[in-house]
Design a protein around this ligand. Structure first.
Ligand SMILES: NC(=O)c1ccc[n+]([C@@H]2O[C@H](COP(=O)([O-])OP(=O)(O)OC[C@H]3O[C@@H](n4cnc5c(N)ncnc54)[C@H](OP(=O)(O)O)[C@@H]3O)[C@@H](O)[C@H]2O)c1
Length: 246
């Protein structure tokens, strides 16, 4: 499904990003796997996945808040001869605190990680995709950006902006044969999913038609579909993956 395609996936050392590396590799993609830090665990995971899926995975390391290092580290891939066919802006950070207890400086940091870093990376990768005249960009938003309940002034509004930007970018880039879509997960079994307060988790599972959390692999499969040519006429959409809400 993804053979002969190269995918850059951010935040791929754990959680949903790590599941995406596994699923994309199984489907034949060459991967540029981003992580904040070079750890033994990540390197071992990459090597194992390369061997078991018979593909190649390059690694790239930078903190999403460090724009200079992001530009330097991505330069070699953008200037290299290989295409970048798929970009998944997956990395993100949660924040569920009331507005009254959140300094604006913290809201800015949440926006930097969840929104502005995705914009920066996309601008860098677009240099290549616009020349190629093809590409699929997938932004990982959240149901928190749709339901916008209490405590979501930072994270929820940043994800809402990411979803809105997805639509405007899709409209701009269609002429270059570049599609831009988003996936809005509900509660997913990752460290971020586990970090929500007990009463929030209980409410989300009660309100979920399937009465459970999602698996990171369920989100990765949707991303693989959006990345592939099987979704070639889907553009500017935000797919909600929350098990259905009652
Ligand atoms: N889990 C859920 O319930 C859920 C629901 C809706 C949406 N989402 C979205 O899904 C995406 C993936 O979430 P997840 O559940 O997989 O979360 P996770 O397990 O907490 O993983 C987050 C990833 O983002 C990376 N990251 C965070 N801040 C970074 C920074 N400053 N620089 C570089 N990397 C950074 C983390 O790297 P480190 O390991 O170095 O921290 C990690 O790889 C996020 O955009 C999240 O908002 C998740």
């Amino acid at each position: 499904m993804l053979r002969n395609k190269t995918a850059l996936i951010t935040g791929s050392n754990r959680g949903i990003g790590r599941a995406m590396v596994e699923i994309f590799a199984q489907k034949g993609a060459h991967i540029i796997a981003h992580a904040r830090k070079e750890t033994e665990d990540f390197i071992e995971f990459v090597k194992k996945t390369e061997t078991s899926c018979n593909t190649t995975i390059d690694m790239v390391f930078f903190d999403l808040r460090d724009t200079l290092s992001m530009r330097n580290e991505l330069k070699k891939f953008v200037l290299g001869k290989n295409n970048i066919d798929i970009l998944v802006n997956n990395a993100g950070v949660g924040h569920g605190v009331s507005f009254l207890r959140t300094p604006v400086s913290q809201i800015k940091e949440v926006y930097d990680i969840n929104l502005f870093s995705a914009m920066e990376i996309t601008q860098i990768v677009l240099r290549k995709m616009c020349l190629q005249k093809s590409g699929s960009i997938i932004n990982i938003t959240s149901v928190s950006g749709i339901d916008l309940s209490a405590g979501n002034s930072a994270y929820g509004t940043a994800k809402a902006a990411l979803a809105a930007w997805t639509k405007t970018l899709a409209a701009e880039l269609g002429a270059f044969n570049i599609r831009v879509n988003a996936i809005a997960p509900g509660l997913i079994e990752t460290s971020m999913g586990k970090s929500v307060k007990d009463f929030v988790e209980k409410r989300m599972i009660e309100e979920c038609a399937l009465k459970r959390k999602g698996s990171p692999y369920e989100i990765a499969e949707i991303a693989a579909f959006l990345a592939s040519d099987n979704s070639s006429f889907i553009n500017g959409m935000e797919i909600i993956a929350n098990g259905g809400k009652i």
